[in-house]
Ligand binder design. Structure first.
Ligand code: CFM
Length: 541
């Protein structure tokens, strides 16, 4: 079989009915960079065709499970049937570390109103009120967040009215989310809803500012596998104060005074760009895209932050930290490179990691032959410069766009437009910009939005990559085909992979996975000997 990506693209959509094939063909592109830096357009953030097995999650998952859930002392209550709460219980390794053993940490709990037929028929507001009251009496939290699941929207329970009333009754912050699973086409809608409610109900509540010189927020870092801990430690060693992380290892108080920071560093653009934009408008805090995945990525991101503050002592500190870390990274990288060079990887993750992890594979000498997001938008693929041309369809219009205005008393432009332009010219700092995944990919690679299970299987058969990166839904199907699968949502209980230490962890683990001979022996009873290109002769039977 040819490895021509265009032929493979045709092959992937061949089995679909005509209309579906046409739509999927617009969501699968072969990378090709034009001289002006532009890349092909990709259709994304649209509904999955019925009947297709998608890997996407729901709006509730994006709101509760991703953005709000990792904050340790906001008590999350799922208003819905017990399954929604159970499956979004944060057992997927959002780590948190309260400074004191007596500090609140609700992450290990799973609170739900356990909606049953009775509430579906007669309404669930009474039960929700009782649940909030009971939770308050048990835990005395500073804040309670209420998340709507599909039936809540269908029967019309007003979670916001209940939240308002309970806020008054209990004297703590209670707020609700209209994040019913069906509200958007994927978890991406849930991110937006979560961002809006954080902005309306939490950010800016506490004006207490701390005296440090270099204060930043880290946006879109959820501390999977302890990534956030590594980044926090790195920043601290450089002398940079982390005011708040949205929302890995965070607490309510840090989010409430996050507007006192002087820069927002954005890791996952997809899930949190709305907060970054709104904080810029209301408080004057600029944002910069960073990526602490990969040693080179980490060094570059630290330097970007240094250039922004433009202080000789900070710059020297950052260079010292990079110089301390790099020799260790290089030593392991050289070892693994000898064994991994030229091997192929595929990455299909939510909305950021399929891009970020390409840096790590590049550093190991490996080649990403296909990548895609489950729910990224065109700007995540092609860069924010395409935003003015993105069609806003009915599904997107369904999600509220907050009207944000400058806060006349608290707005403080951290950098004037002139200063920003100057910094951008000297240091290539791209303020309020993300260049997207495709411009950084080699030509003739496949980029697939919302990949289906059928397409996954065909891709694996056709390319036989050395490693496939995805999540738990794909993992065992992939491994049964004799290809190692690395989970990038939960890290398979490995990690951290961020920063310099994380890069070393990742190199070692991927080296072990792609060079483990056991995969060549995997053969289901009904199969012919697995035709793996790297199969050693002796392993044939
Ligand atoms: Fe951002 Fe994420 Fe991701 Fe995401 Fe996610 Fe996630 Fe992800 Mo799973 S916020 S888009 S909704 S980096 S849960 S921590 S790993 S799909 S690539």
């Amino acid at each position: 079989m040819t490895n021509d990506p265009r032929a493979i693209k045709d092959e992937l959509v061949q089995l679909y009915p005509k209309r579906v094939a046409r739509k999927r063909a617009e969501q699968i592109v072969v990378t090709e960079r034009q001289t002006d830096g532009s890349v092909p357009e990709i259709k994304s953030n649209v509904r999955t065709s019925p009947g297709i097995i998608t890997q996407r999650g729901c709006t509730y998952a994006g709101c509760k499970g991703v953005v709000i859930g990792p904050s340790r002392d906001i008590l999350s209550i799922t208003h819905g049937p017990i399954g929604c709460g159970f499956y979004s219980w944060l057992t997927r390794r959002n780590q948190t570390r309260p400074p004191l053993p007596t500090d609140d940490n609700f992450i290990t709990y799973c609170l739900s109103t356990d909606m049953t037929e009775e509430q579906i028929v007669f309404g669930g507001e009474k039960k929700l009120k009782a649940a909030i009251k009971e939770a308050y009496e048990l835990f005395h939290p500073k804040a309670i967040a209420v998340f709507s699941t599909c039936p809540v929207g269908l029967i019309g329970d007003d979670v916001h009215a209940v939240a308002r009333q309970m806020k008054e009754d209990l004297g703590i912050n209670v707020f609700g989310f209209s994040c019913e699973g069906y509200r958007g086409v994927s978890q991406s809608a849930g991110h937006h809803i979560a961002n809006n409610a954080l902005f309306k109900n939490v950010i800016g509540l506490d004006d207490t500012a701390t005296p440090e010189k270099f204060k930043i927020n880290l946006l879109g870092e959820y501390n999977i596998g302890g990534d956030g801990f590594v980044i926090e430690e790195l920043l601290a060693r450089c002398g940079i104060k982390l005011v708040a992380t949205f929302s890995g290892n965070s607490n309510y108080g840090s989010l409430a005074h996050s507007h006192t920071a002087d820069l927002n560093a954005v890791m996952c653009h997809r899930s949190i760009n709305y907060v970054a934009e709104m904080m810029e408008k209301k408080f004057g805090i600029p944002w910069l895209k960073v990526n602490f995945i990969g040693a080179e990525g980490s060094a570059k991101s630290l330097r970007k932050i240094g250039q922004y503050f433009d202080d000789p002592e900070l710059t020297a500190n950052i260079e010292r930290v990079i110089a301390e870390e790099m020799p260790g990274v290089d030593a392991v990288r050289e070892q693994v490179k000898a064994r991994c060079q030229g091997k192929t990887a595929m990455l299909f993750v939510g909305g950021s990691r399929a891009h970020h992890y390409q840096v790590l594979f590049n550093e190991m000498g490996m080649v990403t032959v296909a990548a895609g997001y489950e729910f990224g938008h065109r700007d995540d693929y092609e860069g924010r410069k395409v935003l003015p041309t993105v069609k806003v369809d009915a599904d997107s219009r369904n999600i509220e766009e907050l009207e944000v205005e400058r806060d006349e008393t608290r707005y403080r432009a951290r950098k004037s437009d002139g200063e920003k332009a100057q910094l951008a010219a000297i240091n290539d700092l791209e303020f309020m910009d993300y260049k997207g995944m495709m411009p950084e990919m080699e030509d003739d690679r496949l980029v697939i939005d919302d990949i289906s299970h059928h397409e996954t299987e065909r891709l694996l058969e056709l390319y036989k990559p050395a490693i496939f990166c995805a999540g738990i839904k794909e993992k065992y199907a992939v491994q049964k085909m004799g290809i190692p699968c690395k989970q990038l949502h939960s890290y398979d209980y490995g990690g951290p992979y961020a920063g310099f230490k994380g890069a070393i962890n990742f190199y070692r683990e991927v080296d072990r996975m792609v060079n483990m001979k056991v995969w060549f022996f995997v053969k289901a009873p009904w199969q012919q000997p697995a035709p793996h290109p790297e199969q050693p002769q002796a392993a044939a039977d």
